[in-house]
Design a binder for this molecule. Structure first.
Ligand code: TRP
Length: 373
């Protein structure tokens, strides 16, 4: 069986370091590994619209931001098909059929959707509808089903995503099982691929909060300048009890060290902190006391800027070629559509709703009526 990757991002803002360590870096490695027959990366604008119906302009403007971030990180359109979700109408049709295979109750149990409904303040009290609070848009509530269409349309075997997406992959697998058992083997069951390092699984924000998120204003963006990065790192949270340099410090839960875990490689230590053989040696010094926060932050700034510089450079290149970027997205969408439409044809055949192509159905009914049954 072909090994196929599908993954994507909602275009609701520029991508940040959380996206980078959680998925983008891995995607580029997978692309370069040659271990996959096909790789699809989708800009999920239709999914973004499920809770931005009143703000399509935001989604529209962020498509190019996400595309630029992809290209700057090293996704290569010659090896990876980059496309826009809404340009593949087959995805809607698949979702419409899958809706019959999922219960409202099952969707209500999806922990990510639950948390997101809460976070967005959607109300489940019908009376609130007429007051201020909005209820949950049906499209938003059902986006896990649409995501199952995204994944299965491309026959993805592997879905590299963050852990918050685990319930979506689980739900997709259930839909695949159900579909295949009702209509016969048709769809491919995907597997999730999670980041392999705990710091990458969920990179905290610069304020130490659980997650980097635009609404919390605690992000370092891939497109931030070296100066922005310096300022943001300098204001980062460390260990609140590490008041004087001599005091012993805590490494666990210390955001600066968490970022180092996610970004620092042995060659960085050699180059920027040659007093220590490894990051662990530096952590040991910090724990003992005698190592100031500023020194650790300087290392992090150097590491981040070294990581981001080639990304910024490619971004500058593509920013001068916006028309070409759109052309790349158009071609990618065209190619993606071919795959999705082949899967949709299989689905229709399996569900036996391919009436006009079904000579047997027509002949059998014609014969029955002619015989006057
Ligand atoms: N839900 C994903 C996110 O918010 C984006 C997404 C949409 C996706 N469709 C997908 C990810 C299919 C993986 C596979 O980041």
């Amino acid at each position: 069986m072909e090994k196929i990757i599908l993954t994507g991002d909602r275009p609701t803002g520029k991508l940040h370091l959380g996206h980078y360590v959680g998925s983008l870096r891995r995607r580029v490695e997978l692309q370069e590994s040659g271990a996959f027959d096909k790789i699809f990366v989708m800009i999920a604008d239709a999914q973004a619209l499920t809770d931005n119906a009143d703000n399509p302009e935001k989604v529209r403007q962020n498509i190019i931001e996400v595309a630029l971030d992809y290209l700057s990180c090293g996704l290569d359109p010659a090896k990876t098909t980059i496309f826009i979700q809404s340009q593949i109408p087959e995805l809607c049709e698949l979702a419409f059929y899958y809706m019959n295979l999922v219960t409202v109750q099952r969707l209500q149990r999806n922990p990510t959707v639950k948390a997101e409904i809460q976070m967005r303040g959607f109300s489940d009290n019908a009376d609130d509808e007429t007051q201020q609070r909005r209820g949950t848009p049906v499209g938003f509530f059902t986006y896990p089903i649409s995501q199952a269409s995204d994944i299965t349309a491309f026959r993805a075997t592997t879905v590299p995503v963050g852990e918050d997406q685990e319930p979506m992959i689980e739900q997709t697998r259930e839909i695949v099982h159900k579909f295949n058992s009702v209509y016969g083997p048709t769809l491919v069951e995907p597997e999730i691929m999670l980041p392999d390092n705990a710091a990458c699984l969920r990179l905290p924000g610069t304020d130490g909060k659980a997650k980097m998120s635009k609404s919390l204003g605690n992000c370092i963006y891939l497109s931030d300048s070296a100066d922005d990065v310096k300022k943001k790192v300098m204001s980062m949270f460390t260990d609140p009890d590490h008041l004087r340099v001599e005091d012993p410090g805590k490494v666990e839960g210390n955001t600066v060290f968490t970022y180092l875990d996610a970004f620092c490689r042995p060659e960085h230590m050699e180059k920027y902190a040659p007093d220590y053989a490894t990051l662990d040696d530096m952590k040991a010094h910090y724990r003992r006391g005698g190592l100031g926060d500023v020194k650790v932050k300087r290392l992090l700034i150097a590491v981040l800027n070294e990581t981001l510089e080639p990304i910024r450079e490619r971004r500058r290149y593509y920013e001068q070629r916006i028309e070409e970027v759109y052309e790349m997205l158009r071609k990618g969408s065209e190619l993606a559509r071919e795959s999705a439409s082949a899967t949709l044809a299989d689905v229709r055949r399996a569900m036996r709703i391919d009436y006009f192509g079904d000579a047997e159905l027509i002949a059998e009914q014609a014969a029955r009526y002619r015989a006057g049954e």
